[in-house]
Design a protein around this ligand. Structure first.
Ligand code: FAD
Length: 384
């Protein structure tokens, strides 16, 4: 496809080539094992850390490579074509977590944490969801109260990615029991802080584990406040990055599944000819291809417009909604095109179907994106 439409630069083309090469040689061959074990892909992260990829969202002065949101989208799209688990691990480093520290962190926090994140030595977790509070995140119960020079955090978070290996937790909390979303901000909590407990992991359909994280009178130094005033609003603005990057993983999975289906249908013969020769199969492939291209346009638009900042809320929601739902449809169609073999673990398409399912759930469900878009539409009488 002619990527020039999106003003993909020569540097970005080289970046994509590099990631494609590593994904094919290093990540794809072990992706099935990683998904079965659910282990964090330390080896793959070391390769990407050494190449400077994990610092793409971090300015050079803090050891990063100072890239754009589009660079991050391209990286995740390419990795997800070959290995969902590695894509999810990279998302944790180059997504909302590091972007929020860059945008809102104090100079001291940036110097302390960003260089380690850029090298892949500091693994990040973000703790928003609670047992009673998911989509309605502004209503969270976790609370932090000032005592001396520390905030005492109490609460329990659920479904937290990478909590078992994280070195630094971005913990969304309300402060001093202040009600409503305006009472919510974020603390940086280091691994090993007394009162921080990680327990009860659930293995997901995609392979990775999600954890419960409890804060039991956990004392966090006041210097570790990342955002307090207007905290929820600022954090949700940063979260628009996550919406785009979540979508880029599902885009990559859809593309990976499409590639597999194209290859398979050209090789598989029934009724004396490759099944790809049947018009019904070509129509399925055409529909899948058009849907992927449409997603790419929406996602690349949101990412390119963001530059090095945060994506626009509506552009990000539109891209996330369409891409996540598209990936569910396209990976399923790719399985269908493999016949019964597509349902076995012998072919990668089966794990792509499972991986793609996460997108419409994590980082704000499809229904929540529709709510956001709907509210935007009602603000005006004429959109087009
Ligand atoms: C792979 C994965 C990784 C995750 N990692 C993290 C993480 O690292 N950190 C973290 O904090 N969380 C994480 N989560 C949790 C995720 O953010 C939540 O699952 C998500 O926000 C939805 O919350 P919930 O599961 O409580 O669903 P609920 O909010 O309980 O929703 C249940 C259903 O109701 C719908 N719904 C809710 N409200 C509305 C409404 N107003 N209008 C219409 N429909 C509505 C939802 O769309 C959904 O279909 C992860 C989830 C997944 C799947």
């Amino acid at each position: 496809m002619n990527q020039k439409l999106f003003n993909i630069t020569d540097e970005q083309e080289m970046l994509v080539e590099t990631i494609r090469d590593i994904t094919e040689k290093e990540f794809k061959p072990n992706s099935s094992e990683l998904e079965q074990s659910g282990e964090f892909p330390f080896h793959n992260m070391k390769i990407l850390g050494d190449l400077g990829i994990l610092g793409i969202s971090i300015p050079e002065e803090y050891g990063g490579s100072d890239g754009t949101v589009m660079d991050a989208v391209l990286i995740l799209e390419e990795i997800a074509k070959g290995c969902y688990i590695t894509g999810m691990a990279v998302l944790g480093e180059i997504g909302v977590q590091s972007k929020a520290i860059v945008a809102y962190g104090s100079e001291e926090q940036k110097q302390k944490y960003l260089p380690g994140i850029a090298k892949g030595e500091t693994i990040l977790a973000i703790c928003i969801t609670e047992s009673e509070v998911g989509s309605d995140a502004g209503n969270m119960k976790t609370n932090s109260t000032l005592e001396g020079n520390s905030y005492i955090v109490n609460g329990t978070k659920q479904l937290i990615s990478r909590a078992d290996v994280a070195d630094l937790f971005l913990v969304f909390t309300r402060f001093e029991g202040e009600q409503g979303s305006q009472g919510v901000g974020c603390l940086l909590v280091e691994k090993g802080t007394p009162g921080l407990h990680v327990r009860q992991g659930y293995q997901t359909m995609g392979g990775e584990y999600l954890w419960e994280v409890e804060f039991d009178n956990c004392a966090v130094p006041i210097d570790n406040v990342l955002v307090r005033e207007n905290g929820f609003k600022k954090l949700m603005t940063a979260f628009n990055t996550q919406r785009c990057l979540n979508a880029s993983i599902t885009l990559g999975l859809a593309e990976g599944a499409f590639n597999e289906a194209l290859k398979y249908t050209k090789e598989r013969e029934q009724f004396g000819r490759p099944v790809a020769n049947f018009q019904g199969i070509q129509w399925m492939l055409s529909d899948m291809y058009v849907e992927i291209e449409a997603s790419k346009s929406l996602l690349y638009r949101a990412a390119i417009n963001a530059g090095k900042g945060f994506p626009d809320k509506i552009e990000a929601s539109v891209a996330k909604l369409y891409t996540n739902e598209m990936a569910i449809r396209v990976t399923n169609q790719a399985m269908q095109l493999h016949g019964g073999y597509g349902y076995t673990k012998e072919y990668p398409v089966e794990r792509m179907v499972r991986g793609a399912r996460f997108g419409a759930l994590g980082g704000g469900t499809s229904q929540i994106q529709k709510n956001l878009i709907g509210r935007h539409l009602l603000k005006t009488d004429k959109i087009f």
